[in-house]
Design a protein. Structure first.
Lengths: 170, 809, 287
């Protein structure tokens, strides 16, 4: 019979702030973020590591937080969608791209898409459409058909690189 | 200094009214992770519920032992059917007039059926609890195949219906029969077939699938024992209906039930129905006095809440040898699973499947639908379509291609020959609908021109020759589809849900400074209502869309509405919004006449206010009228500026479209490539073209998934083979084709703003388009119909059956 | 989908990890990237009482050339393989394969050690390792031993790993300069396991195959080395007859399961096609 294991302390930096908490070892990182830290922008869509709605940035890599235990992330640096806006509270280029290009509908996949798009642009500031599609293939969207998500990331890339992005969602 | 008055263009632009690509209001919060979905809501002392589920498709429940589970620290209660019987909730009514077990009562009828509900302090402990519940089953023979469900020796599934020779929709022929539904003139149709020069007959199956929004179904129920009030946060596409149904079955006065649908992570029909999780969470909250949250996981979602389709359609067309259709006859075998939990308007056991005559002028038609029970999950929801319309569109569009093949005609030409002509609208169909408006020929020809249809056919002919010569292993298919949707349920004369008429509503309240709030009876799940509803108001009454807040989903504040599904929001609520706005405008005109000291008839509307005819400098803006309405209304007039409209539409609306898919299939692996997909949609007046395009992209992507592999498949013993996103096909950005969109505009003559609804058209038109492309690719090898879904291995099987596999060089 | 309870351990050395595995016995499991194990735990198909997280163990990460071998630490991720110049230069077939594994997020977490050690027939790297003649460094209570990849796989999720042993590194002989390679993987979508996949490495001289090895993924309960098929193409110019013959010989040893990816007959047939295509693409790359 299952017995509740002893809770252990974890501490990490989330969106630039040091946080800590007591968790069971089996506590999934996504639950730690959502329940203990009340950062509910990170979503749960499939629980089998397919949909990517729970994507966060962990030590500079985008990962699916439904398939990592909070204890594994002890001592790590995490960014969630709540940490993505500019310092003055305005939307980042990527967030703005999603709005301008209509890259979201129900909004449920959006935080994961933005976290993945963010890391993709860090690694490849000038991705082609193919590279974007391949780069976001770990994130499922049921609403948009991805075409405008691709444009949103292209918009952000253009803006970050200081060039004009002409194409608008028709 | 430039103190020039704004130009007309600037004033128009400032409104961001209808026709403009207004950026979405919702996106500000969603892009920052600040949406609030049900699972984001936390209440003090909240508990979590989780289900023990049946591993078997058909079994008797011999015993349920909850002792060990109750000993798990943190487990507070375990509900079983016995407990629910105490409050008369072991069974619940379905929207289709059947009843459904909330928790297994004596037996289980499908795999993953709800057996017991464990309530615990947190979701981890609840999961420990369900693993500690011991259930003893005695396996029974499962009935999986719908085609043998009404065999004499088929096992009895629904013991509760023993001896009941009729159900909610008339007589039952067999213990596994749900209903038979017939429409049309049988004799005239038979006569047409007996005289026909050419006939085709094919059983066309539309497999079982699932809407599977990215957010699963979930709720949070909180019963206040002191006040006797129940608050339910839930993923509800129709919150008011939930409130009324709860009032009827839980016997709580309706004003003491507060239903709140916060942000919803996609619905696609999955969130229309009422599920055991909602009932159990509510009962558990009443029992414990604490808030109880229920969140289904993805496996539970795919295997228990509301499948879609599962229609097997035997279809016959009669025609002349010149290709003029003279009759249509369809028999549908509908697999409903263990309970008939279709989310259709109550009088429509097969939804609006009688739109099956499609876009064609069939003089006569006859339709019969037989529903059967099997040991599969209940449901039958409209997955991104109006009720059973995607099944109907698939049926007729596939059948027209089969007829074209038999006649040796081009499928586009056959369609052009048989379309309802523009002058025939409003058109009375042989199966009882009155089509409001359409110009099918223009749409079809625009599609053919834009894609260079003739050129593609030439290329295909050359490729076929090359294939025959052994120069390529790829075959090319052109999928044509031309669909007519029927949306906007609906007129109270023919639509209700459990007796509730299917109107919708809007309440607009303008504030003294010229801003306002609109509350609507619909519920967005991604459609962007907060953005588009404000655009309608902006155009109607000249207040900028940015100054109108739109609110939905809270039954205490929103006027009663029937919710969002079946593309009904724009046809029904969109009309209510326009009508409420017009009431405000009428009052505003009286105020303006008083202030400008002219007769009302001497005023004319001009973008954002009234002006005196012939004296264009004498104006009063709507913004100023708002102030006057509150603070200095004409003598005898009530202060304030607000209006409510409940809109009962006079008819459905009938959006349509012409789609084309260019596909290539490698016969040695069955792997396909979508080379091109063009979609022309006519949804009448276009409120926000950006959102329309987004809806079309999404609907096409779902159509692509369904046609090319997405299914809920069972093995022979009733195990679900596609219970996670590993096996249930949700395409990623890599597999998803690029979409080309186009449009024509044929307004609805009976809708206040001429809009028809669009969200579901691409699914309705897309599925036959993909399937026709596959079938068209294989047709020159001698096949007439290959069943969906067209995943790689089935394509390979088709190629193999046609003798063309294994010749790769 | 909640895992059962367990106790978490994060040793800092291989010897500590081995000691924990030995002391805790059957109820302990090592945890690398966790992207095979954690999903199983969430379904409670795996309920280990102890998890021994290897992320803190020194020296398990990294890619180095040691003489004629490329040595890859077990905790090296697929993403690390993709970023490695050593891999790009000497073992490009691993790069090609890593790109076909799962999706970006999973490649950041998934490790080569986890991929080759857990015995999942769907994993892509084991067939590559067999084809490349790789060996695994297994460290246990009785010391270190090296096991050839070809001897390691015994059944689905069943390997020659002894209780208490940890796979700490993979050692791959550097293939001949100018070799041709290809990994052909047919899958339903990104993130899926192979319906059928074939890995090929070969050398050619004067348009004739001199050496060749062929590995097969997800076409049996273990990864397969298609030895007869590989032998049969040696000396040929990979003309159509040779390709067909190789495919037929490879199909003879395939024993795939029927599942959502297709019936047995289909998976074998496309397995053969993958072999032919991999051979052709590998040959085109020789030089």
């Amino acid at each position: 019979m299952a017995t509740q294991a002893k809770k252990t302390q974890v501490s990490m930096t989330v969106n630039g702030e040091p946080v800590e908490g007591f968790v069971e070892p089996r506590t999934l990182l996504v639950h730690f973020i959502r329940e203990n830290l009340s950062l509910t922008g990170t979503h749960i869509g499939c629980e089998t590591t397919h949909c990517g709605a729970c994507t966060i940035d962990l030590n500079g890599l985008s990962v699916k937080s439904c398939t990592i235990f909070a204890v594994q992330a002890d001592d790590s640096e995490i960014t969630t969608v709540e940490g993505m806006a500019n310092a003055d509270g305005t939307l980042s280029a990527l967030q703005e791209g999603f709005r301008q290009m209509h890259g979201l509908q129900c909004g449920f996949c959006t935080p994961g898409m933005i976290m993945r798009g963010h890391r993709l642009l860090q690694e490849n500031p000038n991705p082609t459409e193919e590279e974007i599609r391949f780069g976001i293939a770990g994130n499922l969207c049921r609403c948009t058909g991805y075409q405008n998500i691709v444009r949103a990331i292209q918009y952000a890339a253009a803006k970050i690189n200081g060039v004009d992005f002409q194409e608008a969602a028709e | 200094m430039n103190d020039m008055a704004p130009t007309r263009e600037q004033r128009e632009a400032k409104l961001e009214g209808m026709g403009c690509k207004r950026k979405r209001v919702e996106d500000i919060r969603f892009t920052q992770g600040k949406g609030q979905y049900v699972d984001d809501v936390k209440l003090p002392g909240m508990l979590h519920g989780d289900f023990v589920r049946s591993p078997y498709a058909h079994a008797r429940v011999k015993s349920i032992n909850t002792e060990k589970a109750l000993k798990v620290p943190g487990v507070l209660a375990v509900l079983t059917a016995q407990d629910l019987k105490g409050v008369n909730l072991a069974w619940m009514p379905t929207l289709a007039g059947d009843v459904q077990m909330v928790l297994a009562d004596g037996k289980v009828l499908f795999q993953n059926q709800e057996v017991a509900f464990v309530v615990a302090t947190d979701r981890y402990t609840a999961d420990d609890g369900i693993n500690a519940v011991e259930v003893e089953y005695e396996q029974l023979e499962p009935q999986i195949d719908p085609f043998t469900a009404m065999d004499p020796g088929a096992p009895v599934l629904r013991e509760d219906l023993a001896g009941k020779t009729s159900g909610a929709h008339g007589p039952r022929k067999h213990h596994n029969h749900v209903f038979e539904w017939t429409v049309g003139d049988k004799d005239l149709t038979e006569a047409a077939f007996s005289k026909a020069e050419v006939t085709i007959k094919e059983t066309i199956s539309y497999h079982r699938t699932h809407p599977s929004p990215l957010e699963t179904c979930q709720c949070l129920c909180s019963f206040d024992r002191v006040k006797g009030e129940l608050t339910i946060y839930g993923t509800f596409q129709a919150p008011h209906v939930v409130r009324t149904v709860v009032a009827l079955i839980a016997k709580i006065p309706e004003h003491k039930i507060h239903v709140i649908a916060p942000d919803i992570g996609g619905g696609f029909g999955n969130k229309v129905g009422v599920y055991p999780g909602y009932i159990c969470a509510a009962v558990a909250s009443i029992v414990t006095g604490k808030p109880v949250k229920w969140v289904e996981d993805r496996i539970e979602n795919l295997t228990s809440t509301s499948f879609a389709r599962d229609y097997h359609m035997t279809t016959e067309i009669a025609a002349t040898k010149e290709g003029r259709v003279t009759g249509l006859r369809v028999h549908v075998l509908a697999d409903h699973g263990a309970f008939d939990a279709c989310a259709d308007p109550s009088k429509w056991p097969a939804g609006f499947f009688n739109i099956v005559t499609g876009s064609y002028d069939f003089p006569v038609a006859h339709l019969a639908v037989d529903g059967v029970y099997t040991n599969k999950a209940p449901g039958g929801v409209a997955y991104r379509c109006s009720f059973r319309v995607t099944e109907a569109a698939y049926c007729i569009e596939r059948a027209m291609d089969i007829l074209a093949q038999k006649l040796g005609m081009d499928p586009a030409e056959l369609r052009l020959k048989n379309f309802i002509r523009p002058e025939q609208f409003p058109y009375q169909s042989a199966l009882g609908w009155e089509y409001d408006s359409g110009d099918y020929h223009t749409a079809m020809k625009q599609m053919m021109e834009k894609v260079d249809y003739a050129g593609l056919r030439k290329e295909q002919a050359a490729k076929r020759e090359a294939f025959k010569r052994g120069e390529t292993r790829e075959i090319m298919g052109l999928g044509v589809s031309f669909f007519t949707e029927i949306v906007g349920a609906g007129p109270s004369k023919n639509c209700d849900i459990l007796g509730i008429a299917m109107f919708d509503s809007c309440e607009i309240r303008l504030h003294p400074t010229g801003a306002g709030i609109a509350r609507v009876g619909t519920k967005s799940q991604g459609q962007g209502h907060e953005t588009t509803w404000a655009q309608i108001i902006a155009t109607e009454i000249g207040i900028p869309a940015d100054d109108i807040m739109v609110e939905e989903g809270n039954t205490d504040t929103a006027p009663y509405g029937l919710g969002t599904y079946g593309s009904r929001s724009t046809p029904v609520a969109g009309a209510a919004i326009a009508m409420a706005a017009r009431k405000i405008k009428a009052k505003a005109q009286m105020i303006a006449a008083y202030k400008l000291e002219v007769h009302e008839d001497d005023l004319e509307w001009d973008i954002d206010g009234f002006r005196v005819k012939g004296l264009p400098e004498k104006t009063l803006s709507m913004k100023d009228i708002c102030w006057v309405a509150y603070n200095a209304p004409p003598p005898g007039m009530e202060p304030g500026l607000e209006a409510v409209s409940y809109y009962d539409p006079p008819n459905m609306t009938y959006p349509f479209g012409a789609y084309l898919c260019v596909m290539e299939i490698d016969v040695d692996t069955g792997v396909y490539k979508i080379r091109r997909f063009y979609a022309l949609d006519d949804c009448g007046t276009r409120i926000n073209p950006m959102i329309i395009e987004g809806q079309v992209h999404g609907g096409l992507t779902e159509a692509f998934a369904i046609a090319m592999g997405q299914e809920i498949r069972y093995d022979d013993t009733g195990n679900v083979m596609t219970g996670s996103f590993m096996d249930f096909f949700i395409p990623t950005a890599v597999e998803t084709p690029r979409w080309e969109t186009d449009f024509t505009v044929t307004p609805s003559p009976h809708h206040p703003i001429g809009a028809k609804g669009v969200g579901e058209s691409p699914n309705v038109g897309g599925v036959p388009c993909f399937s026709n492309a596959v079938n068209d690719a294989f047709s020159f090898l001698g096949s007439t119909h290959i069943q969906m879904p067209h995943d790689f291995w089935r394509n390979w099987q088709a190629a193999k059956a046609l003798g063309v596999v294994g010749k790769e060089r | 989908m909640i895992p059962g309870p367990f106790t978490y351990h994060r040793p800092s050395s291989v010897s500590d990890a081995i000691k924990l595995l030995v002391d805790l016995g059957d109820e302990a499991r090592p945890l690398a990237g966790g992207h095979s194990l954690i999903p199983m735990m969430k379904l409670r198909l795996a309920t280990p009482e102890h998890l021994i997280d290897l992320q803190g163990v020194d020296g398990l990460k990294g890619i180095t050339r040691e003489d004629d071998n490329i040595v890859i630490g077990a905790m090296t991720t697929q993403h690390d393989l993709l970023a490695s110049e050593v891999i790009a230069s000497w073992l490009p077939v691993l790069r090609e394969t890593a790109l076909l594994i799962a999706d970006p997020q999973i490649r950041y977490r998934g490790t080569i050690g986890g991929n080759v050690a857990n015995g999942d027939p769907g994993n892509d790297m084991p067939a590559l390792m067999m084809m490349l003649g790789a060996s695994y460094r297994l460290e246990g209570p009785d010391g270190v031993r090296n096991e050839a990849a070809t001897d390691f796989y015994q059944g689905a999720y069943f390997t020659s790993l002894e209780p208490g042993e940890i796979l700490t590194a993979v050692s791959v002989p550097v293939p001949a300069t100018g070799h041709g390679y290809a990994y052909e993987k047919l899958k339903r979508k990104i993130g899926d396991y192979a319906t059928a996949a074939a890995a090929v490495i070969l050398t050619m001289e004067s348009c004739k195959v001199v050496t060749c090895a062929i590995g097969l993924t997800n076409l049996s309960e273990t990864p397969l080395l298609a030895e007869k098929a590989a032998e049969a193409v040696i000396g040929t110019s990979l003309d159509e007859a040779a390709l067909r013959n190789a495919a037929a010989l490879a199909e003879e040893i395939m024993l795939p399961a029927a599942d959502g990816r297709g019936p047995i007959e289909y998976r074998k047939s496309v397995g053969g096609i993958m072999v032919m295509r991999a051979l052709k693409r590998a040959a085109a790359r020789v030089g």
